[in-house]
Design a protein around this ligand. Structure first.
Ligand code: ATP
Ligand code: UDP
Ligand code: MG
Length: 475
């Protein structure tokens, strides 16, 4: 973070100072929301302020006396601790600490003023973010969202990490309810705002796909007069945000048709990694990705469109994308034995990403085994979405579908419907699924010369990474 004075924090959050007025001149070099940080080493935290948030489990206000005892000199709270009124500590009392966090984060962003992109969409946000960061790091110092810090707390925490060395900020913005992106985009104030795609994810918070599109469209409300709106031309429901784009510079990208930036001539190598021609207003160039999946062509085109807005050359794009490393749990390719591949895509799942994963799996030679856990937050139509994935996998000629959980029973049912020979099996217990899988693998490896590709996928809540890990351990 940049250094701020207590006075600046007060001005930004309209806080009342409880404590000696001279404390207003204290410098704050870090703002944290987790008291456990003070457990590490008191002296290192001389300039660390604590902001107390209320979460599902804790009201962090209760940790205020403790952090003060550990040497914290500045706290941002909803209620002053009377026992600390005489202590040498600045208590900044605000109406709502979550809002104060956002106000401070927006102020930090405004002070550092990096060139900023905000990325939203149903799938691929983290992937596009990593791609953009890989390209822009050739042009300057990039701050990108860590992991998945993409909600109304994660976005401000990300902005707080900015300091004056940063030239670019690449901010992932997710949502599970209406208004969340309107809020975060107001803090981020991106120069470029991007909608990567619209698909059935977090439907419980949005009702239907129109709701998802409206919610993602909120990102454009954060664009200033010189901002650029970028969106995937192929996605449905783009009409839900057109009204927000009046008077704004708008560009499109596509991995299907011609657009301002688009791909053509896609081919996949034996690992499923794409090679394609990128078409831009600067000309064309040949791109080779080192992460598998045809859908990553769409992500790469999105990333290239963003990078072009910030002055990247085609060479920056080509070299940046080539060095981009896979993100953990997203289509991570493991060669387990000479003829067995595991694709660990256990990080998360929704309808579109499950279909994209199935598509990738079907492109591998030999025996294909899809292992699917439940896809969460899909609302009242959840069962039919699972069924759809099962039917889709069957149409792709995936040979085995092993499902785990409750909802994914419908995926096995969909897989087996209309095909008496289909090998869809459902399991309630992970151990039972693994036992069946290992016996299948033993039989294939002993009795055939076939190659085997196994893809593991499911929502965060399904913890399918445990299945992936068990498979890796078995080999
Ligand atoms: P989250 O909402 O969890 O933050 P995200 O939008 O950041 O997700 P990623 O983490 O990049 O998305 O990818 C999640 C999964 O979605 C990947 O494992 C991949 O299978 C799939 N995926 C990524 N990009 C696309 C895309 N453009 N179309 C369809 N599926 C995709
Ligand atoms: N918190 C803390 N110390 C603890 C436990 C929690 O400061 O020992 C903070 C935590 O960082 C968060 C807030 O209390 O900012 C609410 O925590 P909770 O677990 O309820 O919410 P979550 O982090 O899941 O949003
Ligand atoms: Mg993400």
């Amino acid at each position: 973070m940049i250094t701020l004075t207590v006075q600046e924090l007060m001005d930004v959050t309209q806080a009342t100072l409880v404590g000696d007025k001279s404390l207003a001149s204290l410098s704050v070099t870090e703002l944290v929301t987790d008291s456990r940080i003070f457990d590490c080493n008191e002296t290192e935290h001389a300039g660390t302020a604590f902001l107390a948030l209320k979460g599902a489990n804790f009201d962090a206000q209760r940790f205020v006396p403790q952090v003060v005892a550990q040497g914290c000199k500045v706290v941002v709270v909803a209620k002053a601790e009377s026992a600390l009124a005489q202590a040498n500590v600045a208590q900044l009392v605000v109406v709502d600490t979550r809002i104060a966090l956002g106000e401070i984060a927006a102020y930090v962003k405004q002070q550092v003023a990096p060139k900023t992109v905000g990325i939203t969409g149903s799938s691929g946000k983290t992937t596009v973010k990593e791609m953009v960061a890989a390209i822009l790091s050739r042009l300057g110092n990039v701050l990108a969202t860590l992991g998945n810090f993409n909600n109304d707390i994660g976005v401000p925490l990300t902005l707080l990490r900015l300091n004056n060395s940063h030239d670019f900020a690449v901010i992932e913005m997710g949502a599970n309810h209406m208004g969340e992106i309107a809020y975060t985009t107001g803090l981020v104030k991106p120069d470029v705002a991007v909608i990567n795609n619209i698909a059935a994810a977090h439907l419980e918070g949005f009702g239907d796909l129109c709701g998802v599109a409206r919610a993602k469209g909120e990102i454009f409300s954060g664009l200033g007069d010189n901002g650029v709106a970028l969106y995937n031309q192929d996605t449905k429901y783009t009409n839900k945000w057109q009204w927000r784009l009046e008077g704004k510079t708008t560009r499109t990208f596509s991995c299907v048709n011609q657009a301002d930036c688009y791909s053509s001539d896609v081919s996949l190598d034996e690992l499923g990694c794409a090679d394609f021609t990128l078409h831009t207003h600067q000309g064309n160039c040949q791109i080779k990705l080192n992460i598998p999946g045809k859908h990553n062509v769409c992500n790469a085109v999105a990333a290239a469109s963003i990078a072009l807005e910030f002055g990247a050359s085609l060479e920056d794009i080509r070299l940046g994308l080539a060095k981009m490393q896979p993100v953990k749990g997203r289509l991570n390719l493991h060669q387990l034995a000479s003829r067995v591949k595991l694709i660990d895509d256990s990080y998360n799942a929704n309808l579109e990403s499950a279909k994209a994963a199935a598509q990738l799996l079907s492109s591998y030679p030999g025996k294909t085994i899809l292992i699917l856990g439940d896809m969460g937050e899909l609302g009242s139509e959840a069962r039919s979405y699972h069924q759809e994935v099962g039917e889709f996998a069957q149409q792709l000629d995936i040979e085995h579908l092993l499902t785990l959980g409750v909802l994914s029973q419908s995926a096995s049912d969909g897989f087996n419907a209309n095909n008496d020979l289909a090998k869809g099996q459902h399991f309630n217990q992970r151990d039972c699924l693994l036992k069946a899988l290992f016996s299948l693998l033993n039989s294939v490896l002993e009795n055939t010369e076939q190659e085997v590709a196994i893809l593991v996928k499911g929502s965060r809540s399904a913890h399918m990474e445990k299945v992936a890990q068990a498979i890796i351990t078995w080999f």
